[in-house]
Design a protein. Structure first.
Length: 178
């Protein structure tokens, strides 16, 4: 089965944006992925980690999609965020282990495989199927795959814009067009 033709423009745009993000991350050194807009704000690697990890959270934890074994890659042995349960912590929550461009790109490619599996399989009817799950804060939420796709795209545009701005402020090139 393939993606509903009516959704192709959205899906293709998201895939193109991912390629632009990967092209922006690829040349960065470990020092460069640690650049921040301000001392108390997330570094590029944390923003990218949160985007990739968010895909697994929403698609796999909340919608029950197969993570294809990718979730294990985001596990951390401790968190530097006070009060955050380790079971909910991801790469961005452990400042002691910055992630390099190669590792981030691998995470995006592997989580894209999860996304692509959903996009290729879901019908228009599937996109409206309501699911109720308990979220990371212990609250029951009813969501649909359509809402999750909107949420993920918006999340990635938001954090992608931050990555683009950080790169520009530091005089580095970016393929992200916002």
């Amino acid at each position: 089965m393939s993606a509903p033709p009516v959704m192709t423009a959205f899906y293709d745009g998201w895939a193109e944006q991912q390629q632009n993000l990967l092209a922006s991350l690829q040349p960065l050194t470990l020092e460069q992925v640690q650049l921040r807009p301000a001392p108390t704000e997330w570094a590029i690697w944390q923003l990218a980690s949160n985007m990739a990890g968010g895909r697994l959270y929403w698609l796999c934890r909340m919608l029950g999609e197969d993570d294809r074994g990718v979730a294990a890659m985001f596990k951390v042995d401790h968190t530097t965020v006070p009060g955050l349960p380790l079971e909910w912590a991801g790469w961005e929550d452990n400042e002691d282990q910055p992630r390099g461009a190669e590792e981030l790109i691998d995470a995006f490619k592997q989580t894209w495989d999860v996304i692509d599996g959903c996009l290729q399989r879901w019908t228009l009817d599937d996109l409206q199927r309501a699911v109720t799950r308990t979220d990371a804060f212990g609250k029951d939420r009813t969501i649909t795959p359509a809402w999750v796709l909107w949420r993920l795209m918006a999340h990635e545009v938001h954090h992608g814009s931050e990555v683009s701005l950080i790169l520009r402020v530091h005089g580095l090139p970016t393929a992200l067009n916002f």
